[in-house]
Design a protein around this ligand. Structure first.
Ligand SMILES: [Zn+2]
Ligand SMILES: [Zn+2]
Length: 1020
C-alpha cells in the first residue's frame, strides 16, 4: 500500500481488521517484534487459564483485551515477554458440559458409559474449544504464542501439583475430614467455599415453612417448638438449640418459644434459655430405624438468631454445617439422611429412595397426623445453587480431603501486603478473603480431574506420591497401561505401602480445578527442573495440542514472580488465591507483583447478560459486527472497578467518537495527495524541530509531548481509562483547534503545517496502538507507509518541544474563545454571522493570540480591557450572618437590597458599615446582554449588526451551501466549478465575488435568476 491512499468517509472496522490480521500473519509481525525485543529487559506476565470448554464470551474479551493492551505497550517499550496463553482443561466444568453433550445425567450413567471413553470425550472437548478460543482471541487482536499454550491437564502440571501436595502433607497440613459441606446432588460432589462464593450462585426459591412441636419428656402436655424450611432434615433431628441468655415462655397450648419473637402471645410460664438446656424431648421421627437409640436434648447455642422462627433451632448434624459443628461440641450423634444423589437412605422407612423434594409432603403429612405441626406455609428465600449445573444444593456430611488454612494464613497476608493492586481497594478484599478463608477442600468425587496422589493403606499409613518418578519406583502394577495421569488409567496403578509393603490403590477422588490453575507459576516456568525439556510441558493429555517446553530452574528464577497479572474480581477467591496459596507454601512469597482486576460485563442498559434473556452477545458476533477495536475501546474506557455496559448502540457511539481521529487523518491524506507532501521519517524521533514553526504549530507539538507523557503515566499505572481520556482530549484539540485554525495552510503548499500535523497524528497512533491496534496500524500504514507501528517502539517525549507554558497559554485562549461562543449563543447569533467587535477582559495571554480569537469568533476587532465591573447583587447568608449581626441584620439586608454594597476585593463587601466575608454572602451575578464570564475571564460581544455584517453572514451561508453541493456532486477537492445563482443573491456577488470564488474553487459565477436555487457544475 502506498502512503496517503485515499480514505473512505468512514472506516469499515471489521474489514480493515481482517486485512491487518492477514498482513500481520503474512509479514510475521509478531514474531519479528519478539525477535526485536529478545534479550531486552523482561516483563513477566502470567496468564490465568481460560476454561477451554465453550467459545469465549464478551465477558472474557474484557480481560483478554486488557492483557493484550499491556503486553503490547510493554513490547513498544522494548520488553522481552513470554506471551504464553493458558487453557484450563479439567474438573467439573468440563465434565458437566460433556455430560450434557452425551445426554448423561448422573454419575452412574458416566460409569456405565466408561471412564476411559468419558476422559476421551473431555479431551476432545478441550481440544476443540481451545482451538475456538484461540481463533477468537486472534480476532480480538490478542498476540500470544499460540503454539505453546499451557494446558492444565498436562502430566507435567499434574506432577507439579503432586509435588505441592506432598509438601503440604510433609508440613502436616493435609487431612481427611468429616465435614458438612454444600453438596450438589446432580453432580454428586461437594463444592468448596471459593467455588460457591458469589451472588450468582444463589437463586430465589420457594420452600415449605413449618413450625413443628417436639413433645418434652417429663413435662406433661409441654413441647418445644422449632421452625424449619427443610422438611427433609426433620427425620435427621437430634437436638434443639436455645439461646442461653434469651427469655423463653410457655404458651397456653404448652409450647415453649422465645418471648421476643412472640410479642402478642400470653405466656403462662417464663424461663431463661439456659434453664431449658438439658430437657429431653421426643424426636419427630423416632420410630425410624435411623433414629434408634437417639436421645434428643435441648442444647445451648449463643448464635441462635432471634429474628425469625420460634427462637429454637432444629439441629440435624447430618444436614447442616453449623449443626455439624455443634455435634462436635456437644457430642451429638450424626444422622445422615441422604446419599450422594440426594435421595433418602435405607433406615428412613417409607421415605427411603425419595429425593429431598419428594420427601417434603410425606414429612408434612406425617407430622400433621401426629399433631406435631403447628403452622404450615411457604417461603421464598435466597438459596444456594450449584455453580456449575444450577441444581439447588443440600448439605451432606462427607469425608473430604482438606489443606489446613491456619499455617498459611499469616504468610499469605504478608505476601499480599507486597502486592500492588489496581484498583487499590481490591487488595483489601483479598486480605478479607484470606482472613476468613476456611480450610481448602481439595477433593471432588468425580472423574476427569487431577488424580489426587493419596494411597491410604489399611496399616494406617497415608502414602502421598510426589512425582511420576516416585510413582514408577513404587508401582507394583498398572504402569504399562498408564497412558496419562488421569482416571481410569491411574487407578490401575497399585503401589507398595512405604510402612508395611502391602499393595495399595489410589483414593478415587480427583482434585479441585483451582489446584490446576494455581500451580502454573511453577509448572510452566520449570521450577526445580534440572534441565530444559523440549515439549516437556505438553505431556500426557496435552501432547499434540501444544509444544510448550518444560524450562529449567534458571528460567523460573528469571520469570518468577510475575510482574503483572490481570483477571476479574471473582478471581480474588479463585486464581489469585490458589496461586498465592501454592506459591507461599512452596517458596514463601507472592507469585505476582501487581494485579489489575476488573468487574463485569453487562448489557447496554446494565443488566446481566444471559442467553435465556436474549441479551447475551457472542464475542465473534461482536467482533464481526462492531469491530474488535471498538470492543476493546469500550473495555478500555471504563474504570475497572465499575461494570462495563456493552452493546451495539454503545458501539455506534464509540465509532462516532473515533471518527474525529479518522477525519483528521483523512484531511491530512486528502491534502497531502494534492500538495504531494512527503513526510520526513526522522521527525518520528525528534519532531519537526528545524522547521519554521508558527505559534500554533509549536502549541500542537507541545500538545503531542503532553499526550505521550500522560499516556505513558496511565499505561505505567495499568489504567486504560487514563489512556483513553488523554487520547480523546488530544484528538479533540488536534481536530477542533489545530486543524480548524490552520485549515487554510493546507490549501497551499505549507510544508511546515503538513509536517506538524503528520507528526502529531502518527505520534498519537503510536500512543493509542495498544488499545486500538487495528485502526492504529491501518492509519499508520497509510500515513507512514513503513513497517508495523508495533515495530516502531514507544515515542519519546521531545523535551525541547514540551512547552508547558505555551499549553497553559493556549488553554487560556481557548477559554476566552469558548466564552465568546457562549456570548454569541446567548444573543442568538450563529457563528457564521460576522460581528463588529469583541472585548476580552482578564486574559493577558489572549493579547498574544489576537488573530486566533478574531477568526475563531468571527469578529472584525478584538479589544482588550480591564475586567468590567461584575454586576453582582448580594443577599445575606442568614444562617451565618444572623448570629453574628443580631439586631444589625435588617439594616445590612436593606443596604444590600438597595445595591449599596462596596466591593473590597476577594469577594468581601462593605454594607451598612459592616465588612462581610464571602461565606456570609449569597452572590448573584447578572449577565448584562453580550457578556459571558468564567472564573478568570470575561468576554463581551457587540451584538449590533449593520448591512455589511448581515451580507457577510449571507456570503458565509452561501459558501457553506456551495461546498455542500460540491460534496453531493462527488467533486474532487481540486476540481474547479461554475456556480449559478438566483438573482436575489446578486448583491453578494457584486460585493464579494472573489471571496466566494476563492472559497469554493469557482472559475465563474453566473447570476441568471433561472435556477431559483444555487447550483454548481464542474468547470469544463
Ligand atoms: Zn451440580
Ligand atoms: Zn501399610
Amino acid at each position: 500500500m502506498e502512503a496517503f491512499s485515499p480514505l473512505p468517509a468512514v472506516p469499515d472496522h471489521p474489514a480493515l481488521e481482517r486485512e491487518i490480521l492477514e498482513r500481520w500473519e503474512r509479514e510475521g509481525t509478531f514474531e519479528r517484534l519478539r525477535e526485536q525485543n529478545r534479550g531486552g529487559p523482561t516483563f513477566s506476565f502470567m496468564d490465568g487459564p481460560i476454561t477451554a470448554n465453550n467459545p469465549m464470551g464478551v465477558h472474557h474479551a474484557w480481560g483478554r483485551a486488557l492483557k493484550d493492551v499491556f503486553q503490547r505497550y510493554k513490547a513498544l517499550r522494548g520488553f522481552d515477554q513470554r506471551y504464553q496463553n493458558g487453557f484450563d482443561c479439567q474438573g467439573l466444568w468440563v465434565e458437566v458440559e460433556v455430560e450434557k453433550a452425551l445426554g448423561l445425567n448422573s454419575k452412574r450413567e458416566i460409569e456405565d458409559y466408561g471412564l476411559a471413553e468419558f476422559a476421551e470425550r473431555c479431551k476432545e472437548r478441550v481440544a476443540h474449544f481451545s482451538g475456538v478460543i484461540a481463533e477468537q482471541s486472534k480476532r480480538l487482536g490478542m498476540w500470544m504464542d499460540w503454539a505453546n499454550s499451557y494446558f492444565t491437564f498436562s502430566d507435567t502440571n499434574i506432577e507439579y501439583i503432586w509435588h505441592f501436595l506432598k509438601e503440604v502433607d510433609r508440613r502436616g497440613w493435609l487431612f481427611k475430614g468429616l465435614r458438612s459441606t454444600q453438596w450438589c446432588p446432580r453432580c454428586g460432589t461437594s463444592l468448596s467455599q471459593h467455588e460457591q462464593a458469589g451472588e450468582e450462585h444463589y437463586r430465589e426459591l420457594e420452600h415449605p415453612s413449618l413450625t413443628v412441636r417436639f413433645p418434652l419428656l417429663g413435662r406433661e402436655g409441654e413441647a418445644i417448638a422449632i421452625w424449619t424450611t427443610t422438611p427433609w432434615t426433620l427425620p435427621a433431628n437430634v437436638a434443639a438449640a436455645v439461646k442461653p441468655d434469651a427469655e423463653y415462655g410457655r404458651t397456653e397450648a404448652g409450647d415453649w418459644v422465645a418471648v421476643a419473637l412472640h410479642p402478642d402471645e400470653t405466656f403462662v410460664e417464663r424461663k431463661r434459655g439456659e434453664e431449658l438446656v438439658g430437657w429431653e424431648y421426643l424426636g419427630p421421627f423416632d420410630d425410624l430405624p435411623a433414629q434408634a437409640g437417639i436421645k434428643h436434648l435441648v442444647i445451648p447455642w449463643d448464635e441462635v438468631a432471634l429474628d425469625e422462627g420460634t427462637g429454637v433451632v432444629h439441629i440435624a448434624p447430618g444436614c447442616g454445617a453449623e449443626d455439624f459443628e455443634l455435634s462436635r461440641v456437644h457430642d451429638l450423634p450424626v444422622v445422615a439422611p441422604i446419599d450422594e444423589s440426594g435421595r433418602m437412605l435405607p433406615g428412613f422407612g417409607d421415605l427411603a429412595g425419595l429425593t429431598t423434594g419428594e420427601v417434603e409432603q410425606p414429612v408434612i403429612e406425617s407430622s400433621r397426623q401426629r399433631g406435631l405441626l403447628l403452622e404450615e406455609g411457604r417461603i421464598r428465600h435466597r438459596y444456594p445453587i450449584c455453580w456449575r449445573c444450577k441444581t439447588p444444593l443440600v448439605f451432606r456430611v462427607v469425608e473430604d480431603w482438606f489443606i489446613s488454612a491456619e499455617g498459611v494464613r499469616e504468610p499469605m497476608l504478608a505476601a499480599n501486603a507486597t502486592v500492588e493492586w489496581t484498583p487499590q481497594q481490591y487488595g483489601k478484599r483479598m486480605d478479607d478473603w484470606l482472613r476468613n478463608m476456611g480450610d481448602w477442600n481439595i477433593s471432588r468425587k468425580r472423574y476427569f480431574g487431577l488424580p489426587l496422589p493419596f494411597y491410604e493403606c489399611e496399616c494406617g499409613q497415608r502414602n502421598v506420591i510426589g512425582s511420576r518418578r516416585e510413582l514408577e519406583e513404587r508401582a507394583v502394577s498398572g504402569l504399562k497401561e498408564l497412558r496419562e495421569l488421569h482416571r481410569p488409567w491411574i487407578d490401575e496403578v497399585l503401589i507398595r505401602c512405604e510402612a508395611c509393603d502391602r499393595e495399595v490403590s489410589r483414593i478415587p477422588e480427583v482434585g479441585d480445578a483451582w489446584l490446576d490453575a494455581g500451580i502454573v507459576p511453577f509448572s510452566t516456568l520449570g521450577w526445580e527442573s534440572a534441565e530444559r525439556v523440549e515439549g516437556g510441558y505438553a505431556s500426557g493429555a496435552s501432547s499434540g495440542l501444544s509444544g510448550a517446553d518444560l524450562p529449567d530452574h534458571a528460567y523460573w528464577e528469571k520469570w518468577f514472580p510475575a510482574d503483572w497479572v490481570s483477571e476479574s474480581r471473582e478471581q480474588i477467591r479463585l486464581w489469585f488465591y490458589s496461586q498465592c496459596f501454592m506459591a507461599v507454601t512452596l517458596v514463601g512469597s507472592s507469585p505476582y507483583r501487581r494485579v489489575l482486576t476488573y468487574e463485569r460485563v453487562r448489557d447496554e442498559i446494565g443488566r446481566e447478560m444471559h442467553k435465556s434473556t436474549g441479551n447475551a452477545i457472542e464475542a465473534n458476533e461482536a467482533f464481526d459486527r462492531m469491530g474488535a477495536d471498538v470492543a476493546r475501546w469500550m473495555f478500555c474506557e471504563v474504570v475497572p472497578s465499575q461494570n462495563v455496559n456493552f452493546g451495539y448502540g454503545l458501539a455506534d457511539d464509540v465509532k462516532r467518537r473515533l471518527l474525529t481521529l479518522w477525519n483528521s487523518a483523512r484531511f491530512l491524506v486528502d491534502y497531502a495527495r494534492i500538495e504531494e507532501f512527503t513526510p520526513r521519517y526522522e521527525d518520528l524521533a525528534g519532531g519537526p524541530v528545524d522547521a519554521a514553526l508558527q505559534p500554533l504549530d509549536r502549541w500542537l507539538l507541545a500538545r503531542v509531548q503532553a499526550l505521550v507523557d500522560e499516556a505513558e503515566q496511565a499505561y505505567e499505572a495499568y489504567w486504560t481509562p487514563g489512556v483513553v481520556r488523554s487520547f480523546e482530549a488530544f484528538v479533540d484539540d488536534l481536530s477542533n483547534w489545530y486543524i480548524r485554525r490552520s485549515r487554510r495552510r493546507f490549501y497551499g503548499d505549507d510544508d511546515v503545517a503538513f509536517r506538524t500535523l503528520w507528526y502529531a497524528l502518527v505520534q498519537s497512533l503510536r500512543v493509542i496502538a495498544p488499545v486500538m491496534p487495528f485502526l492504529a496500524e491501518h492509519l499508520w500504514e497509510n500515513l507512514v507507509g513503513r513497517d508495523s507501528v508495533f515495530l516502531a517502539g514507544w515515542p519519546a517525549v521531545v523535551e525541547p518541544l514540551h512547552d508547558r507554558a505555551l499549553l497553559a497559554e493556549m488553554d487560556e485562549v481557548r477559554e476566552v474563545a469558548e466564552l465568546g461562543r457562549r456570548a454569541r449563543d446567548a444573543a442568538g447569533l450563529k457563528l457564521r454571522q460576522p460581528l463588529r467587535r469583541v472585548i476580552v477582559a482578564g486574559s493577558e495571554a489572549a493579547g498574544r493570540w489576537v488573530d486566533e480569537i478574531r477568526d475563531e469568533l468571527r469578529v472584525k476587532e478584538v479589544v482588550f480591557d480591564e475586567r468590567p465591573d461584575v454586576r453582582a447583587s448580594y443577599k445575606p447568608n442568614l444562617p451565618v450572618l444572623g448570629p453574628r449581626l443580631g439586631q444589625e441584620l435588617p439594616a445590612v439586608r436593606e443596604a444590600l437590597a438597595r445595591g449599596e454594597a462596596e466591593e473590597l476585593g476577594d469577594g468581601r463587601v462593605r454594607a451598612a458599615g459592616h465588612e462581610l466575608g464571602p461565606d456570609e454572602l449569597i452572590v448573584e451575578r447578572h449577565s448584562e446582554p453580550g457578556w459571558a464570564h468564567s472564573e478568570r475571564f470575561s468576554v463581551w460581544i457587540d451584538t449590533e449588526l449593520d448591512d455589511d455584517l448581515r451580507r457577510e453572514g449571507r456570503v458565509l451561508d452561501l459558501i457553506r451551501q456551495l461546498n455542500e453541493l460540491r460534496r453531493q456532486a462527488g467533486l474532487e477537492l481540486t476540481d474547479r466549478i461554475v456556480v449559478r445563482l438566483p438573482s436575489e443573491l446578486a448583491d453578494l456577488v457584486e460585493r464579494h465575488e472573489d471571496w466566494i470564488k476563492d472559497e469554493v474553487l469557482a472559475v465563474r459565477i453566473e447570476v441568471d435568476g433561472a435556477a431559483g436555487e444555487p447550483a454548481v457544475e464542474k468547470a469544463p
